[in-house]
Design a protein around this ligand. Structure first.
Ligand code: SF4
Length: 117
């Protein structure tokens, strides 16, 4: 999951973790790390490597904007759609109005930050 520098700072401040313990720069984009054993986000409380396994976000109240809007993502035409890779996609309806704008603004911030490194 791509995150902004401000989100990384907030996660670090609130969890006490160093940024390099939960994020990595991937192709110039700051991204949440996955746990090596569970293969899920380091903040997901789960013991299973099964992509459909139940789990709880340990930073739910301060989760990044991309997590808040998931499973809605932008397609190649910059239209908000349900992510094909989400195993729970059948539980979601059409993207709420304004989702594409939120995602485009987030993408712009993330790309701008990545290009300034
Ligand atoms: S919602 Fe929580 S567990 Fe899921 S990707 Fe975001 S930070 Fe990680």
């Amino acid at each position: 999951m791509p995150i902004t520098k401000a989100e990384a700072s907030r996660l670090s401040r609130r969890t006490g973790m160093k940024q390099h313990d939960f994020s990595i720069v991937n192709d110039g984009v700051l991204t949440l790390l996955n746990n090596a054993e569970t293969r899920a986000c380091v903040f997901l409380l789960t013991d299973s490597a099964d992509v459909n396994a139940e789990g709880m976000c340990s930073v739910y109240e301060i989760r990044p904007k991309g997590c808040q809007t998931y499973p809605y993502v932008l397609n190649t035409d910059d239209v908000a759609v349900l992510d094909d890779g989400c195993p729970h996609r059948s539980q979601f309806g059409l993207p709420p109005e304004g989702t594409a704008t939120v995602l485009l603004n987030l993408e712009e911030r993330i790309v701008r930050e990545g290009s300034s490194d």
